[in-house]
Design a protein around this ligand. Structure first.
Ligand SMILES: Cc1cc2nc3c(=O)[nH]c(=O)nc-3n(C[C@H](O)[C@H](O)[C@H](O)COP(=O)(O)OP(=O)(O)OC[C@H]3O[C@@H](n4cnc5c(N)ncnc54)[C@H](O)[C@@H]3O)c2cc1C
Length: 309
């Protein structure tokens, strides 16, 4: 990148732009190479101006949420990694009798929002207790657990397209499906609107506790990971297929298929992205040979995956 373009980033974002920044600390896997440019727009206007600049310069970008569902390449990310800043952390409540409409900034922590909703006595998001990451990332992934999904409570979203135009999309236009949405590529979600119903405090507390207990019992603790590595094939569980294929505990470098839950890969200390990806490919091939089922990654591959000699 030439010095002129660098100066334009700095004049737009001042200290909120950094260059050649290691990404590992922004991901739950604690894995990832350098971002050429790391930009944190703080307001909607700043985000729009940045998107217009990237569009004009034909620069690729990746929108980073909490980094809890991604595997960033060891080679890092060419172009710009964008993370929504201070102006995208909010929750505005319009409470009526028996229900509430809430507008939540995409950078808000999903977990913090869930706890706030529960504290106020609303139901419908308890399933998300313990899902890390941001509200925007949760929306993009249609995050879900224990039979619940964000799609059930989201009514509309607001965002900005790659040319910097603000758009409002309704539930149908979002195109929710299992752990994905049908949003246009490079669409940045800035706000998520949810409709929540008041619930029975005791029932909400019980549902929260159940979610917490299940996570405590079944998920690995102590090592960085990115949650479920593969999507569950229809009617099946990816973890059970991997376990039945005899892969629990298999290692590649410092990455390991968790001995506790086979649909988790853990970083046991300094694992490379290449090791994690290699383990994933091994699981896909062995499960295919044993069960004729091809596992689809739930984790998204980010960055430059070209091999270097
Ligand atoms: C321990 C653990 C447990 C987990 N349990 C669950 C679970 O029970 N259920 C579940 O569904 N997931 C689970 N996950 C996975 C992950 O937490 C969710 O998918 C989460 O919603 C991702 O949010 P994020 O902000 O971290 O997104 P990221 O990982 O940062 O990004 C994920 C995708 O969303 C895009 N994105 C992020 N923000 C925006 C935005 N504002 N606009 C446009 N695109 C955006 C990114 O570009 C990327 O493509 C778990 C992860 C961990 C580490």
């Amino acid at each position: 990148m030439g010095p002129e373009l660098r100066d334009r980033f700095v004049s737009l974002l001042s200290e909120r732009v950094r260059f050649a920044l290691p990404l590992a600390r922004f991901t739950s896997f604690r894995i990832g190479g350098l971002a050429d440019v790391f930009a944190e727009p703080a307001t909607l206007e700043e985000l729009r101006t940045l998107l217009v600049l990237l569009h004009a310069e034909h620069l690729p970008f990746f929108l980073l949420g909490g980094g809890t569902n991604i595997l960033v390449s060891d080679n890092g990310v060419r172009g710009v990694v964008m993370k929504l800043g201070a102006g995208f952390h909010y929750a505005c409540w319009a409470e009526q009798e028996g229900s509430a409409i809430v507008k939540v900034g995409a950078a808000n922590s999903l977990g913090r929002f869930v706890r706030e909703a529960v504290r106020k006595g609303y139901q419908g998001v308890e399933f998300a207790e313990g899902i890390p990451g941001s509200v925007g990332g949760g929306l993009l992934m249609n995050a879900g657990a224990f039979g619940g999904e964000l799609s059930r409570v989201v009514t509309t979203i607001r965002g900005v397209d790659s040319a910097g135009r603000v758009a409002r999309l309704s539930g149908e236009e979002i195109g929710f499906a299992y752990r994905r949405t049908g949003l246009p590529p490079r669409f940045v979600v800035t706000e998520v609107e949810l409709h929540l119903q008041r619930g029975e405090p005791v029932e909400i507390a019980v549902a929260m506790e159940r979610a917490q207990r299940k996570r405590q019992q079944h998920q690995p603790h102590g090592y960085p990971n990115a949650g479920s590595i593969f999507k569950n094939p229809p009617g099946l569980y990816a973890g059970r297929l991997i376990e039945a294929a005899g892969l629990k505990g298999r290692t590649q470098g410092k990455a390991a298929i968790s001995a506790q839950h086979a649909n988790f890969i853990v970083n046991t200390g300094g694992a490379s992205a290449a090791s994690v990806r290699c383990l994933m490919e091994q699981a896909q091939h062995v499960v295919w040979e044993k069960h004729q089922v091809w596992l689809e990654p739930e984790v998204r591959f980010v960055g430059d995956w070209t091999t270097k000699d």
